[in-house]
Ligand binder design. Structure first.
Ligand SMILES: O=C(CO)COP(=O)(O)O
Length: 246
């Protein structure tokens, strides 16, 4: 499976009631352009969104998955459940889960193994906090997260990495273009070392991507696409981001 660039994924987070969510999904499904579009609605409307975009090439996935397939894990959903309703992808290791829910690298790894068993496209999110960045530890953190949360031995064509600096998420701040390029180059080097140069795992940038800055970000060397939060909730701005990469 090879994803056509630009890859533009929308993480709806805890947003989207049925009416607005389905209207948004339908608008995304009719967006013209080349590349790969994906949306990650809340689990409550996952099935309905999948049906709403049926017949389009839009990928629909969930925002997290448990490392076990089934069991006594109140409040969780598993990779086979996502697959069962027709989902084909999952976001894992988002900073709101790493920092908000205390997910460690090893937890993300276990979830990624489960996603691979269910044959889902697995988007592993990584990124440094503001303190880590100011302390000059960005690359050390990225290395630790890549080494610690990416499963080995699964189908590399089903893996995507999203570099999302924590301090850029939902803040309107973005790193400088040269910082994005250098972070992506570092991630690429590490992925090559682990998975081989031929793996070509796509690397997305995420954090305050908007219609206004998307063209510049998508044009940067080493950026295969973007993972969009807030701006993915508005059909017009999400479609403009996709079109900025054409
Ligand atoms: O967390 C994000 C996507 O996963 C980014 O969120 P924002 O685009 O709202 O900054």
């Amino acid at each position: 499976m090879s994803l056509e660039r630009p890859i533009v994924f929308g993480n709806w987070k805890m947003n989207g009631l049925r009416e607005d969510g389905l209207a948004l999904a339908r608008a995304v499904a009719t967006a013209p352009g080349k590349g790969t579009l994906g949306i990650f609605p809340p689990a409550t409307i996952l099935r309905e969104v999948i049906l709403a975009v049926e017949g389009s090439n839009v990928i629909v996935g969930a925002q997290n998955a448990h490392s076990e397939d089934f069991g006594a894990f109140t409040g969780s959903i598993s990779a086979p459940m996502i697959k069962d309703v027709g989902g084909t992808a999952v976001l894992l290791g988002h900073s709101e889960c790493r920092h908000g829910l205390g997910e460690a690298d090893a937890d993300v790894w276990g979830k990624a193994e489960a996603s691979a068993r269910a044959d889902l496209l697995t988007v592993i999110c990584i990124g440094e906090t503001d303190d880590e960045r100011t302390a000059g530890r960005r690359d050390a953190v990225l290395r630790r997260q890549i080494d610690g949360s990416m499963p080995r031995g699964s189908d590399v064509s089903k893996l995507v990495v999203a570099y999302e600096p924590v301090w850029a998420i939902g803040t309107g701040k973005t790193p400088s273009e040269s910082d994005i390029v250098s972070a992506h180059a570092f991630v690429r080097e590490r992925l090559d070392a682990i998975f081989g140069r031929e793996s070509r795992i796509p690397i997305l940038y995420g954090g305050s991507v908007k219609a206004e800055n998307a063209a510049a970000i998508l044009a940067l060397e080493g950026v295969d696409g973007v993972l969009v939060g807030g701006a993915s909730l508005d059909a017009e701005s999400f479609v403009r981001i996709f079109q900025a990469g054409q």
